[in-house]
Structures are given as structure tokens and as C-alpha cells.
Write a protein that binds this ligand. Structure first.
Ligand code: HEC
Length: 431
């Protein structure tokens, strides 16, 4: 039974736009909601598209999915839903947690909408996925336990109904009495604060004066698990510095928030092989984005004086950004594109490279980040596109850099990692 249905699905997907598809739609095994579309939606959409989650509508039932059909078709064809914007044509192609749809899943949805969105036999409908209570931490499942430490902002903060945007700095004591290595972290605004917390960046202030960037929360980016063999050090007595952007209340209600950061540690006494570092790279603060211009390019560079292994790439632009690419320029002037991703300001997505393809970059190389912006009417995020825009902290100003997660490699470790990589390919050593 499964085989016949699948075969019919594939055939229909291929001829989805032809005049015959309507004819096929009458057949019992034609693409339908219960058998073909619901499994895709349940696996890839309802985590966010369900009551109480962050998306505007629930996609759990046939009627709603059918009604949204044409919009769903448009979003999946453009690959703007699910939110995962890595360019499939250039650069490294293997990522952890890649939530994009396959070409075949997209073709199935398109063919279904084009053939009138038939419901099919609801006996075939898979059970709707069950979700944990919304107050739970989403990483609890992956980590197998509740967080080891939860640090809230020092006191609740209220965004008044008619208030403007706020950029707040808070400090919280972590209460840590010993040094620990962070394995994973998750940030959560309180339920009422959810619509107004646009970003929450934390950095650590060690008692000895050191410290640095710890985590970033932004819409679409809430949690991260550090790659195997790595951890971030947090020292006893660390004070947490919060930089929180509260947007104006969207619905005319006072909104009180108490954002919290949850940490999971490596077991006590277990040191990671490498300290994971997350930092800005190739910042360009000299932005010149003239009003009315649709395609503006900027470039930023970062010289590397250490060998590094890159574990993740996350573009950072604001409202006007449309796309970012990252490449390496080696000392012999060879250039290699690592990744390109389209940009939507509603989503801040870290693209975590699969371990076997994490870029290995020798010291002396340059990281080159290219960003594109659209300050014209065709960009729905542009405010008044007659205005010039430059660099700045507000969402209406812009920015251009990449968040890069990496760890340093000694020369020996670097050589070893390269040799291991080459051993995986049956090609000449020049590749
Ligand atoms: C990580 C959460 C998330 C996932 C996964 C996700 N969506 Fe969304 N979706 C959103 C949010 C939030 C919005 C509203 C903001 C936006 O459009 O970016 C949205 C908007 C949409 C819209 C436009 C709604 C409108 O008002 O125009 C459609 C259609 C859509 N999603 C379909 C899908 C489909 C189909 C899938 C799965 C194949 C999916 N989404 C997966 C969060 C998600």
C-alpha cells in the first residue's frame, strides 16, 4: 500500500503543474492531505505553527492548511518557510539541524495545492505530534535534564503600552562558586514579554577582569548546544551583563518581561578539548546605504593570526539586509566561499556545520564577509526608503558582520585535522 501511494506521489510531484494533475487528483492515490501533506507539515511546521507557539496560525488541521494553501505554496517554493535560508547552490552543504524542506517535499506541497488540496482518507492521517508544555525548556529533551543554572534579569521590566523601543543594560550575579564549562544554553523571555523581546545578548564579566560574549537570543534563535569536544568557560563569581532590546508593544498592552538564561554544564571536573569562542567577525561599521537603492554591497575583513576550526556561521544584518556570504582568502590568494545565506530580519539563524565539513582555516588567512542590502520600496522591512541609512544600534540603523563560532588549533592539531579530512576522500592531495 505504502509503495503505491509513494509512487503516485512522486509521479504527481513531477507533473504537478500539468493539466493532467486535476485528473489524477480524482484518483484514490493522488496527493492528498492525510497521506502526503500532513506528514510534511507535522514534521516541519507545527513546532511553531500550533496554538501557543510563535507563528501566526496553527497548521494542525486540514481546513486551515487548505485555506492557507496558496500562501503556503508561495512560502515553501521561495524557501522562506520553514525559516532556513542557506544557499543550496554554493559552499558547504551539510549542516546540523537543517530544517529546510527537500525538493521533493516542496514539489508534493505545490502539486497538492495546484490540484485543489484534496483531503484524502483521514484514516491515513498520522497522529498529531505532541509538544511539551510551553514553560519547559526546549533543550531539556536533548540534554536529558533540566538546566543546571537559571539566571534571570535582576528584576521584571515593563514595556509600557505606548512606549518606544528600549535598549536596556542589566547585570545579574550568577552565584557561581566554582569555574564551570558551558555545554548548552537557552534564553527565554517570559510568556507576556515574548512579543517585545527582540534580542537579548549576554556577556560574562569574570572577577579577574576577563570574560566575553556568552549567548545571543533573537527571534528564531533561542538555544544552542556546543559541538562535541568543546565548551565555554564561565568562572566562579562571574557577573552577567545583559543587553536587551525591547521593541514597542505591538498590541497596545503593557508587557512585563523577565527574560532568563538557562545553562547546562559539562560534568564537574571534565574539561573540554577546546574552548569554543563565539565572536563578531569582519565587522563593517562604515555603512552607506542610500535611499531608493535596491542592491548595495558592503565588505568586511578579519585577519586570522591563529589556525581555527569554524563550527557555525550566523549572518548579522538589520532591516535592510538581504543576503550575506562568507569566504576565506588564503595567503596564496586562493579564495573559497564557505557559505551564503539569504537574510530576513525576523530570523537570526545559526548555521551549524556538520562535524566532517567544519571549515579548517590556516593562520594568516583572511575571513571576508560580503553583505547585501535593499533600501528601496521593494523591501518590506525598509522604513521610509527615501532615507539614507548608516551603521547603528537601532533596528532602523543597520549592521554588517558574521557571528562565527570556532575554536583555535595548534599547528599540529591543524595538520592532523587536515590529514584526517583528506583521508576521507579518494582524491589527490591537492583537493
Ligand atoms: C521556527 C518556527 C517556524 C517553522 C518551523 C515554520 N514556520 Fe511558518 N512562520 C513562522 C513565523 C514566526 C511566521 C510569521 C513571521 C514570518 O512570516 O516570518 C511564519 C509565517 C508563515 C507563513 C505566512 C503567514 C502570513 O501571515 O503570511 C506561512 C504560509 C508559513 N509560515 C508556512 C509554514 C510552513 C508550510 C512551514 C513548514 C513547511 C513553516 N511555516 C514552518 C514560524 C515558523
Amino acid at each position: 500500500m505504502g509503495l503505491t501511494n509513494k509512487t503516485a506521489g512522486i509521479i504527481l510531484a513531477v507533473i504537478g503543474l500539468s493539466p493532467f494533475s486535476l485528473l489524477f487528483a480524482q484518483q484514490p492515490n493522488s496527493i492528498n492531505f492525510a497521506e502526503h501533506v500532513a506528514p510534511i507539515i507535522y514534521d516541519n511546521c507545527v513546532e511553531c505553527h500550533r496554538p501557543g507557539s510563535i507563528a501566526p496560525m496553527s497548521l494542525l488541521d486540514y481546513e486551515t492548511v487548505r485555506a492557507w494553501g496558496p500562501v503556503i505554496k508561495d512560502r515553501v517554493e521561495k524557501r522562506s518557510m520553514p525559516p532556513y535560508f542557506i544557499d543550496k547552490e554554493v559552499g558547504v552543504q551539510s549542516f546540523e539541524d537543517d530544517r529546510s524542506l527537500s525538493d521533493q517535499e516542496i514539489a508534493t506541497i505545490v502539486a497538492w495545492v495546484d490540484s485543489g488540496s484534496p483531503q484524502g482518507d483521514m484514516n491515513y492521517l498520522p497522529p498529531a505530534p505532541q509538544f511539551e508544555d510551553d514553560v519547559a525548556w526546549t533543550l531539556e529533551d536533548d540534554m536529558g535534564r533540566p538546566p543546571d543554572l537559571i539566571i534571570p534579569i535582576p528584576e521584571p521590566f515593563t514595556v509600557p503600552a505606548d512606549g518606544p523601543n528600549w535598549w536596556m543594560t542589566f547585570y545579574s550575579d550568577t552565584g557561581l562558586t566554582e569555574d564551570r564549562w558551558i555545554k548548552a544554553f537557552e534564553t527565554k523571555p517570559s510568556a507576556e514579554g515574548y512579543p517585545v523581546v527582540h534580542h537579548a545578548v549576554t556577556s560574562m564579566e569574570f572577577p579577574d577582569g576577563g570574560g566575553g560574549f556568552l549567548s545571543e537570543y533573537a527571534l528564531g534563535k533561542t538555544a544552542d548546544i556546543n559541538p562535541p569536544g568543546t565548551g565555554q568557560l564561565i568562572k566562579a563569581g562571574t557577573r552577567l551583563n545583559w543587553n536587551v532590546h525591547y521593541a514597542a508593544s505591538p498590541d497596545g498592552l503593557d508587557r512585563t518581561d523577565r527574560t532568563r538564561l538557562a545553562l547546562w554544564f559539562l560534568p564537574e571536573g571534565e574539561d573540554p578539548e577546546h574552548e569554543l569562542i563565539r565572536s563578531h567577525m569582519a565587522d563593517n561599521e562604515d555603512l552607506d546605504l542610500p535611499g531608493g537603492e535596491e542592491r548595495i554591497r558592503t565588505d568586511g575583513y578579519e585577519y586570522l593570526d591563529k589556525n581555527i576550526r569554524i563550527t557555525a556561521f550566523q549572518p548579522h544584518l538589520h532591516n535592510l539586509g538581504t543576503r550575506q556570504c562568507i569566504e576565506v582568502i588564503y595567503q596564496d590568494n586562493r579564495r573559497q566561499t564557505l557559505s551564503c545565506a539569504d537574510w530576513d530580519f525576523g530570523w537570526h539563524i545559526a548555521y551549524n556545520y556538520s562535524e566532517e565539513v567544519q571549515p579548517l582555516i590556516p593562520k594568516g588567512s583572511m575571513i571576508h564577509v560580503t553583505s547585501w542590502f535593499n533600501n528601496s520600496k521593494s523591501n518590506p522591512w525598509a522604513g521610509d526608503s527615501r532615507n539614507w541609512v548608516g551603521f547603528g544600534q537601532r533596528s532602523t540603523d543597520d549592521m554588517s558582520f558574521s557571528w562565527i563560532s570556532y575554536y583555535e588549533l595548534t599547528d599540529d592539531e591543524y595538520d592532523e585535522a587536515v590529514a584526517e579530512r583528506h583521508a576521507g576522500f579518494e582524491v589527490g592531495s591537492d583537493d
